[in-house]
Design a binder for this molecule. Sequence first.
Ligand code: 5GP
Ligand code: MG
Length: 183
Amino acid sequence: MDKPKNLIIDQHDFEILINEKELTETVLRMGKQIAEDYRGLKPILTGVLNGSFLFIADLVRAIDVYDSEIDFLKIGSYGDHMLSSGTITLDKDVSAKIKGRHVVVIEDIVDSGLSVTFIRNHLLYKEPASLEFATLLLKKEKAQVDFPIKYVGKEIGNDFVIGYGLDYQQQYRNLRDIYVTHN
Ligand code: 5GP
Ligand code: MG
């Protein structure tokens, strides 16, 4: 399949930051680690929609713990499309009863850290037995979280990325690689 090397979207130049092969390797490594940690614990793997949908699909198949459950929540945030806003809404709550269960939240990217902090507070209230986070990408310099993110695929810089589920104004999610813009 032909894949764009570069993309120009609204005067932003995007170039490949993480290619499909590296994504596959990263996801397999994370899956292996999560499987080792959660075998026998019947974890609930909780994906955060929408941006994580491809990562969730690949990660859960890389976790060979077949008595795990898969669930979703959806959050929204308002503001400029390339900046995180301070306002987070819960658009869809988890369906599973997580009280007393081991929960792993699957996120696409931790940027300011507001979303994962919101999700953590929201889910802790439901009294899971344990709660950890797996994120494909972490903007290390920007992220402000006062708890450890246990599983991190790759640390990246502060610039805006798209592809592999991550959007530009709801578009470009189906790119197979992750692209970054520096302008
Ligand atoms: P945070 O709350 O950590 O600032 O940001 C979390 C959410 O904002 C992510 O789950 C993602 O949906 C979105 N986001 C943050 N940084 C980026 C980025 O570089 N590109 C895209 N497409 N979305 C981002
Ligand atoms: Mg997200």
